[in-house]
Write a protein that binds this ligand. Sequence first.
Ligand code: CO8
Length: 262
Amino acid sequence: MGEYTNLLVEIDSEGISTVTINRPKALNALNAATVHELDQLFDELAANDAVKVVIVTGSGEKSFVAGADILEMKDKTAVEGRQWGQLAQGVFNKIENLPKPVIAAVNGYALGGGCELAMACDIRIASEKAKFGQPEVSLGIPPGFGGTQRLSRLVGKGRAKELLFTGDMIDAAEAYRIGLANQVSVPEELIGKAKAMAQKIISRAPIAVQVCKTAVNRGLDVDLTSGIAYEAEVFGLCFATQDQKEGMTAFIEKRKANFIGK
Ligand code: CO8
């Protein structure tokens, strides 16, 4: 793996890579250097067969990611602002489309670009200390890293607009209630919970899991008829995998399946 200044990267023997955004002095705010590092890292994670599931978290107890770096952004021109938004959007799209599951372990503030990063992940587990919000309108801008699009897809139009228009922060319980967080954990168990979920996913048939991810993502971009048609295609293709034969044989033989990802 490459060398990173603002990211801590671990890969354990089970295939779980834990990526920690590490700029604690700025509450892990995303500056351009960090976004470029994420871009490079997610290419590496995609290409590394030893990595099965990725967990994204923030360093320290207080913050996941407190947004895009406001100091770096303040004097941007319109053209630079658009380039900055497109850069991060591209990286977040890469995370969303990584052919492996990505779990956000939201340990604290997930604001602005931090909430958008969490939403680009497949699943969000929130610490009881987590706070979510899109406070951009207090800074004179709308969200620019996918927030206006992903928030409404996750929590619905009305709730998304309320959060976007008011800039209010919500706690983990409210995030769970509206479907922004999948689970809430006591802070000490957050990473353990994320790893337990990762282990469970790793024990399932990898190609089937990957196909679920792609089908859900693609389906939300197209009409239902096209999404259903895509599902039929990938459903059929999975019958060409050894894991499909293994999974069904194991069921019939009343034993645990041993998946190989082929
Ligand atoms: N950028 C830069 N520095 C930050 C950021 C940030 N987003 N957030 C916190 N910091 C820094 C503070 O400046 C402070 O630094 P210093 O110690 O040098 O003064 C340090 O982190 C600690 O922060 P606080 O002292 O403010 O800590 P508090 O516990 O008092 O407050 C908060 C914590 C509530 C999280 C507070 O720091 C805060 O409100 N932060 C900003 C949150 C925010 O508005 N985020 C959204 C940013 S905009 C964004 O993400 C837009 C993305 C899309 C851009 C599209 C462009 C086209």
